[in-house]
Design a protein around this ligand. Structure first.
Ligand code: CUA
Length: 368
């Protein structure tokens, strides 16, 4: 009976262990780097794992051996020899871990210094953690938009970068919307919480701590879409505070940037025109422009995601990246009641009528 229980536990553990190796399509795989930073971090991780495995085997093996050797046996009531103090042994187990730690520390600390460097020719993007989404601002002069006050290109939950270009991301915890906007019209910094920017195939975690500017640098060496995830518990939506980094060939990136520099396209379809009117002048019992900006219109609030190019194919997703941009039904459900779609969302339910939902959807889907 006891043997059967032990076998069951062993099999369950083996299954769990093997499940960790399953699947080849893992979008957030630290062991499959697509940028220099992730590669360097993996090159440190692997040897440290081997050292840790060796320490584990020596220590746990010793415990198991001793437990078996000196276990209580019927008829053997004799107490084994009691040893008090062994200078050679004590010096040995003090020096050995110090040597192991030094072996691990030297490459780790030098990589920390290396990753802290900010290459002068990098492209600069500022990543801001809001509740609960990521805003990206392209702060280099050539990435300014052509309208309004010529501010940076701003995207939500997606960052597009050219292949082979070094990107220097300033990571910060932006404000919350608990008590509306702060003095400078941005989400109130007093209500910012800690987030962590993590795109496992490109770079390791970089915490965003309120009031503590930080940065992470990486150079992508593969095109494609790379998933990222907030890696620091930040409240209700933490688990789905996702983002994507899209790496494009330089020419495709320039085309993307050129589109992003332009103001929003004016709608031509009558339903979308009605949507624009509702967007600017109030819909249901609320107002879209209280939180959202659409480039080239009177909507300029930075409190929520910038919607200038909402339906641009590169943006791919909305509402914490839970839905594809092209998912019209999901967008309608979101407009009807954001909290029913994404519990805890800061976007209020404005009690929109079905006509308003249809018109706003038509407008948003026209913003390529
Ligand atoms: Cu933001 Cu977790």
């Amino acid at each position: 009976m006891r043997r059967r229980v032990l076998w069951t536990i062993a099999l369950a553990a083996l299954t769990l262990g093997l499940a960790a190796c399953s699947g080849s399509d893992l979008p957030q795989d630290t062991f499959d780097p697509a940028a220099d930073t992730a590669q360097k971090q993996k090159d440190i991780l692997i040897p440290v794992l081997w050292v840790a495995a060796a320490v584990f085997i020596v220590v746990e093996g010793g415990i198991v051996l001793i437990a078996i050797k000196y276990r209580h046996r019927r008829g053997h009531d004799r107490i084994p020899a009691q040893i008090h103090g062994n200078t050679r042994l004590e010096i040995g187990w003090t020096i050995a871990p110090a040597v192991v730690l030094a072996f691990v520390m030297v490459p780790t600390i030098s990589l920390i210094w290396e990753l802290a460097e900010r290459p002068p020719d990098a492209m600069h993007v500022s990543a801001k953690g809001y509740q609960w989404w990521w805003g990206f601002e392209y702060t280099d002069p050539e990435m300014a938009v052509t309208y309004g006050s010529n501010g940076p290109i701003v995207t939500a939950n997606v960052m597009v970068v050219p292949l082979g270009r070094t990107v220097d991301i300033s990571v910060e915890a932006a404000g919350g919307l608990i008590s509306g906007l702060g003095p400078d019209g941005e989400p109130n910094p007093d209500f910012a919480v800690i987030h962590s920017l993590w795109a496992p195939r490109l770079f390791g975690k970089q915490d965003a701590v309120p009031g503590k500017p930080a940065h992470i640098v990486f150079t992508p060496n593969e095109t494609g879409t790379f998933w990222g995830q907030c890696a620091e518990f930040c409240g209700l939506q933490h688990g789905i505070m996702k983002f994507r980094i899209v790496v494009m060939e330089p020419a495709a990136f320039e085309a993307w940037a050129e589109n992003q520099r332009q103001p929003a396209v004016a709608p031509t379809d009558p339903l979308a025109k009605t949507g624009l009117d509702l967007f600017l002048n109030g819909a249901g019992n609320g107002s879209c422009v209280a939180c959202h900006a659409v480039g080239g219109t009177d909507a300029t609030s930075p409190a929520g995601p910038d919607l200038t190019h909402f339906a641009d194919p590169s943006r791919e997703c909305f509402a914490g990246c839970n839905f594809a941009n092209t998912d019209v039904e999901a967008l309608k459900a979101w407009l009807r009641d954001p909290n029913a779609v994404k519990l805890g969302a800061k976007m209020p339910n404005y009690q929109l009528s079905e006509e308003e939902v249809e018109a706003l959807t038509a407008y948003l889907m026209s913003l390529t």
